[in-house]
Design a protein around this ligand. Structure first.
Ligand code: 5GP
Length: 217
């Protein structure tokens, strides 16, 4: 009988992985991560805290935990975040307790965070972090998506484009790069990377004992 190392049978014995997705805003990362989670019921999304205001349709506790600056900084001071950063003009932070609980249950956690967060997590948990950078097929398309998403002035869009370029500059700090020129193909790639990473030997500490027993048969 062959064992399915990625399956739920060994879930309790597998280290959960931290699946970090970054991209410039407008490259489709949030939609991709939501679809990936819908397809993989074992995955958990890390819901960040933020001091920015909710956008229409965003839900507290689902998209973000919306909070004010004083409460955010108090949490940061108390060490409640795995990492936190100022992105654009607001604070964003990855809560520790929820993530650690999921990981200790052997569940994989998806992070929709910027390059600063990706870098911090990779530093604090190098064994558990898998980083993917999602690239738009062109800057023209990115601008188009940003224009459609919000009815902002050209000036605001220019600012977002400048920040998008800053984010893209960090592409080579990531383990994988996925081009989002076709949504279904990009989603498939994210899923393939996840499946392969789940099979990595180092994520299956139980194998050592299994091999020991095997050799004694
Ligand atoms: P938005 O305000 O558009 O939802 O997010 C702005 C940027 O902040 C995105 O690049 C998003 O990935 C990033 N972000 C969201 N949550 C966190 C977090 O907890 N930590 C860090 N470092 N970045 C985050």
């Amino acid at each position: 009988m062959s064992a399915d190392l990625s399956g739920p049978v060994f879930r309790g014995q597998r280290r959960g992985l931290m699946y970090v997705l970054s991209s410039p805003s407008g490259a489709g990362k949030t939609t991709l991560s939501k679809r990936l989670i819908a397809q993989n019921p074992d995955l958990v999304l890390s819901v960040s805290y933020t001091t920015r205001k909710p956008r229409p349709g965003e839900e507290h506790g689902k998209d973000y935990y919306f909070t004010d600056e004083a409460s955010f900084l108090e949490m940061a001071g108390a060490g409640a975040f795995h990492e936190w950063a100022k992105v654009f003009d607001h604070y964003y932070g990855t809560p520790k307790a929820e993530v650690d609980e999921a990981l200790s249950e052997g569940r994989d956690v998806v992070f929709d965070i910027d390059w600063q967060g990706a870098r911090a997590l990779a530093k604090s948990a190098p064994e558990d972090v898998v980083r993917v950078f999602i690239l738009p097929p062109s800057l023209a398309l990115l601008r188009d998506r940003l224009q459609k998403r919000a009815q902002d002035s050209d000036e605001v869009i220019d600012g977002r484009m400048a920040r998008a370029k800053e984010e893209i500059e960090h592409w080579d700090e990531y383990d994988y790069v996925v081009l989002n020129d076709d949504f279904s193909r990009a989603l498939e790639k994210l899923s393939d990377i996840l499946q392969a990473e789940r099979l990595k030997r180092t994520r299956h500490p139980w194998v050592a004992g299994f091999v020991d027993a095997l050799m004694k048969e």
